[in-house]
Design a binder for this molecule. Structure first.
Ligand code: ADP
Length: 551
């Protein structure tokens, strides 16, 4: 802009200057020519008048002293006299415009440029009384001649004019542009430059405000996105079409701490499955995979975001499916175990029934076999009941909560197990303070029943079982302690697994299903209760269920 403004002003100044100078020169030239003509006309008149009195000798007398040229031409165009040339050698002048005009009208004038154009000759002719024509002429510099004569000066003047024009243009450019250069574009309306800029500044202000609003909105959305992705448990990674990691959320950075989360997709993880899934998405095909890392299982799901000429941007979701995976495996194991566990009593029942049916059994044994069939059927029923309980707990869902008083509940359990305890000579005691928790009565009773039942089953003769309730640090608890065989440390976690038994035959013989503690574990989870198992082989076991503090 500065260059353009400077150029425009400079050119305007220069053109104005040159036009003015040219017009001035032309005006001076025209004035001078005009004077010359007047002079020639006057002098021609004098010479004619003198020659009328003095005759042809007068021409020669005047011609000798006269600075300009005098020519006398006969009516037929023959040159009779010339004060600067030999008249005899001169060609016929009848065709010269000034002579022809003078012969015809009495006066004539003309001007002719020299061959070099540097000089211009002015002619003035009048017809004399004798019919001949007197012509005076004078040579003056032509306009071109005058210009070329003055050319060094002209060059100097033009150079000076150029300098002045340049200085003037530079100063004007500065003065003109200074307010524009000083514009505060952040606050356009505070500027006081040119009125003509006002619409532009208003528009700029409007756009500034719009851009600021859009920026705020963008920042808000970015913060929202960051907030959401930071809270996500799932790992989220965005890849550019070139495979560069554009974004990785907190979960991903926690998952791949050593590898870092900047640069290409290979810098994040080198797992073959991860590489396969990401590369597939970068090539435009969504892919899923599974990856194990630090003992945990992750599901990988990569999708193409957009396709361009150079490739595809992709998004990868990493979900920790360890629990889901374990649950799935447990379910499969459980189904296999259930089938096996159901088969055992049924095979026994079929065996005894066949013996009785075929009449192989002695009459006195029939009732014993019927008893066996019954006890196996009871076992089957217990097993099915436990399975139903467990799958109900497995389904989750929200429990129907009610206030349950634990001391009374322990009393009920004691009553239900009194017979079994007495049969094994085991003392069953309930003690502690009444405490109420919010829960499902039937499930809680089943849990305490299972614990107490185990405490009796895996006890020693003359042993004891104590059911205790109360609060510790404001948290309700129920504790079942026995003086039984105890559980080896290696088995202490596993006993809560489905169908896990330390001693299979002992458990079976005592009617155990291997599901009792699983039910306790699921029931505890349902009630947000923690299970604490303390056991010393040969001394006894204490299981405590700690419930959350009452609100
Ligand atoms: P089961 O029906 O076999 O008793 P559980 O799930 O209730 O199944 O218990 C799993 C295993 O844990 C039992 O088979 C037993 O070996 C062991 N166990 C449970 N409770 C006790 C206890 N109080 N004392 C010793 N061992 C126990």
């Amino acid at each position: 802009m500065r260059k353009r403004v400077f150029g425009s002003i400079f050119l305007t100044a220069l053109v104005t200057l040159l036009v003015t100078v040219s017009l001035l020169l032309a005006a001076v030239h025209v004035g001078l020519t005009h004077d010359l003509r007047d002079r020639l006309r006057e002098e021609c008149g004098y010479i004619a008048a003198a020659s009328a009195e003095g005759g042809a000798q007068e021409f020669q007398r005047i011609g000798r002293v006269y600075a300009d040229r005098i020519t006398v031409v006969a009516a037929d165009g023959t040159v009779l006299y010339d004060n600067q040339s030999d008249a005899a050698s001169m060609e016929n002048h009848a065709a010269r415009p000034e002579i022809a005009s003078a012969l015809e009208t009495g006066v004539g004038e003309s001007s002719r440029l020299s061959d070099t154009l540097a000089e211009q000759t002015y002619y003035y002719a009048i017809r004399l009384d004798d019919g001949s024509v007197l012509r005076v002429s004078s040579i003056a510099d032509s306009a071109f001649g005058a210009l070329s004569a003055a050319s060094p000066w002209i060059v100097l003047i033009v150079l000076l004019a150029l300098l002045v024009a340049a200085l003037l243009a530079s100063w004007l450019t500065h003065v003109f542009l200074a307010p524009i250069v000083a514009l505060d574009l952040h606050e356009p309306l505070k500027n006081d430059a040119y009125d003509e800029l006002s619409p532009l500044l208003h528009r700029m202000d409007k756009q500034n405000r719009r851009i600021a609003a859009q920026l705020r909105e963008l920042e808000r959305r970015q913060a929202e996105f960051d907030d959401i992705t930071a809270r996500m448990d799932e790992g989220l990674v965005l890849f550019s079409a070139g495979g560069e990691i554009v974004f990785a959320n907190r979960a991903v950075r926690a998952l791949f701490p050593k590898d870092g989360a900047a640069g290409g997709y290979l810098t994040l993880c080198r797992d073959p499955e991860y590489i396969r899934v990401v590369e597939a998405a970068l090539h435009g095909e969504g892919a899923h995979g599974r990856m194990e890392r630090d003992g945990r299982v992750y599901a990988l799901s990569a999708n193409t975001v957009e396709g361009t000429g150079q490739g595809h941007a992709a998004v990868l979701l990493v979900v920790d499916i360890t629990e889901r995976d374990q649950a799935e495996r447990q379910r499969q194991e459980f189904t296999a175990n259930v089938s096996h566990e159901l088969k055992t009593p049924l095979t026994s029942i079929m065996g005894y029934a066949e013996i009785v049916e075929n009449g192989i059994a002695r009459p006195e044994d029939v009732s014993r076999f019927a008893g066996k069939i019954r006890s196996e059927a009871v076992r089957l029923l217990t097993l099915i009941e436990d399975i139903i309980r467990l799958s109900r707990l497995d389904e989750g869902g929200s429990p129907t909560l009610e206030p349950v008083e634990l001391l009374a509940l322990c009393g009920t359990v004691r009553d239900r197990l009194a017979h079994k305890a007495a049969a094994q000579h085991i003392t069953l005691t309930v003690l502690g303070a009444p405490v109420t928790v919010s829960g499902e009565h039937a499930t809680l009773e089943q849990m305490v029943f299972n614990l107490a039942d185990n405490a009796i089953t895996y006890n020693r003769p003359q042993g004891s079982v104590t059911l205790e309730t109360g609060t510790e640090h404001d948290a309700p608890f129920v504790r079942v302690a026995d003086t039984g065989i105890g559980i080896a440390p290696a088995d202490q976690q596993r006993v809560f697994e489905r169908f896990y038994r330390v001693d299979k035959s002992h458990s079976r013989a005592s009617g155990g299903t291997g599901l009792g503690l699983s039910i306790v574990k699921h029931g505890a989870a349902l009630h947000h209760a923690a299970i604490d198992l303390q056991s010393t082989p040969g001394e006894g076991t204490t299981v405590t269920l700690r419930f959350p503090k009452a609100e």
